[in-house]
Write a protein that binds this ligand. Structure first.
Ligand code: SAM
Length: 183
């Protein structure tokens, strides 16, 4: 059965090539960092951000288990990504919401998420993309989703294409995935 994460995986598997540089904007338990690291291979590089030490530790453990070395884990907000990365990247992946099993108060917030997306737009290469998995329906997730959808709608259509992928007939607010590419 098609699952929400398959949308981002499709874009990673289709567009990310060996040797690319990518960013995981929300490392969490490291699942997306691992997917990106495998896609870029030993010659590529993945930068992964999270504001929680436990998320960085969980990601580090998952990467170690999988013998992955081509990553840099950064304990900071994704809204600061331009301070750490000064090269073009193929993909920036956001998986919004809170750390599964973690503190729900430390979930992503639209104010910093939109700053991070603006910075990611500057960092992606001409053939790059941004994937944003938007969880909503709990705590302030709906606030973040509504603000982000408004932000994405207003991105200049001459410069960017935004598509959204919704599991339209599935109950319980399944996450929405937005993909941004450059024109
Ligand atoms: N991609 C992760 C995975 O594969 O396991 C799941 C990510 S989880 C849904 C969201 C993560 O975003 C949490 O670990 C949370 O700490 C992190 N987060 C919240 N605000 C952030 C920010 N401003 N910058 C970076 N990470 C943030």
């Amino acid at each position: 059965m098609l699952q929400p994460q398959h949308i981002t995986e499709f874009f990673i598997n289709t567009f990310v090539k060996k040797g690319d540089v990518c960013i995981d904007a929300t490392a969490g338990n490291g699942n997306d960092t691992l997917k990106l690291a495998k896609a870029v291979g030993d010659d590529g590089m993945v930068f992964a951000f999270d504001i929680q030490e436990i998320a960085i530790e969980n990601t580090k453990a998952l990467l170690l288990e999988n013998n992955i070395k081509n990553t840099e884990l950064i304990l900071d907000s994704h809204s600061e990504m331009d301070k750490y990365i000064n090269q073009k990247v193929k993909a920036v992946v956001f998986n919004l919401g809170y750390l599964p099993g973690g503190d729900h108060n430390l979930q992503t917030k639209w104010e910093t998420t939109t700053i991070a997306i603006e910075k990611a737009l500057e960092l992606i290469s001409g053939d790059g993309f941004i994937a944003i998995m938007i969880y909503y329906g709990k705590n302030s997730g709906t606030v973040e989703k509504d603000a982000l959808m408004e932000f994405l709608k207003n991105l200049n259509h001459k410069n960017y294409t935004v598509t959204t992928h919704d599991f339209y007939n599935r109950p319980n607010n399944p996450p929405l995935t937005a993909i941004i590419t450059k024109n």
